[in-house]
Design a protein around this ligand. Structure first.
Ligand SMILES: Nc1nc2c(ncn2[C@@H]2O[C@H](COP(=O)(O)OP(=O)(O)OP(=O)(O)O)[C@@H](O)[C@H]2O)c(=O)[nH]1
Ligand SMILES: [Mg+2]
Length: 233
């Protein structure tokens, strides 16, 4: 751990080889499009020329219905700084999997919250966001960068980003006046007409780098003491 106090700072893990392991989670209610978004992200990176490359393709643990049963996970490596690895997870969004999400949250460094843009899903979206805020112990944004997708923009009459912002502000769930406030992106997660799926991920990576810089002073003063049980990638 970079920081001695697990409740403060980013707590990036570094393994014995000196690799920097960053854990990113896609969070949101059941069916909002987390698995679809990450699946599309891996396809885009596989087919395109980006600053990251796939080290481990996306492994899904799901039910027959396609809903996630445990989690999905895949790994990218930065092409620019080869010591940096991004472990990307999606949580299982069904309400009954809350204990599982709490466990998966452990060690999370950055989050993309996936709103289902359909109006009839608003209360499920909000419940999921409240759960995330509770589990994170108020570390969102101060220590854990967060961005928001309003997904399914290809469907008719979905919520747009300004509606989401107004709603979250009026409910006092976030304010959007700070430099580190979440950016809200309108997205389509389906691969065939995807929108903003790589853009939001790359903005998250940019923010992670900025947050690490913020911690950097601590890192210089207190070189990390690596726990023996940090697994190799
Ligand atoms: N039209 C449309 N459908 C989408 C979009 N993103 C996801 N879907 C569909 O929404 C359904 C649920 O998507 P998933 O990616 O499995 O949702 P999830 O958030 O992983 O759900 P859980 O694993 O149960 O938490 C699937 O039928 C997807 O094809 C989108 O942008 N547009
Ligand atoms: Mg899923």
């Amino acid at each position: 751990m970079i920081n001695e106090d697990p409740k403060k700072g980013m707590n990036i893990r570094i393994n014995k080889k000196g690799d920097i392991l960053i854990k990113i989670i896609y969070w949101g209610c059941a069916g909002s499009g987390k698995t679809t978004a990450v699946d599309t992200l891996f396809k885009l990176v596989n087919d395109g020329d980006f600053n990251i490359k796939i080290i481990q393709s996306l492994k899904k643990i799901d039910m027959k219905s396609g809903s996630t049963l445990y989690f999905d996970r895949g790994v990218f490596q930065s092409k620019i700084q080869e010591k940096i690895f991004y472990n990307v997870y999606t949580v299982a969004g069904q309400v009954r999997f809350s204990p599982l999400r709490e466990r998966l949250f452990d060690g999370t460094n950055a989050i993309i919250f996936v709103f289902d843009g359909q109006r009839n899903r608003l209360s499920e979206n909000i419940d999921s966001l409240k759960e995330l805020k509770k589990i994170s112990g108020n570390r969102l944004i101060s220590d854990i960068p967060l961005l928001i997708m309003v997904n399914k923009q290809d469907l008719p009459n979905v919520m747009d980003k300004s509606e989401i912002k107004d709603f979250l502000e009026s409910e006092k769930l976030f304010d959007f006046n700070d430099k580190w406030s979440p950016i809200v992106y309108e997205t389509i997660a389906l691969h065939k007409n995807s929108q903003n799926i790589y853009t939001i991920f790359s903005e998250l990576l940019r923010r992670i780098a900025q947050y690490i810089q913020k911690d950097r002073k601590d890192l210089d003063k207190n070189p990390p003491n690596l726990p023996k049980d940090v697994p190799e990638l």
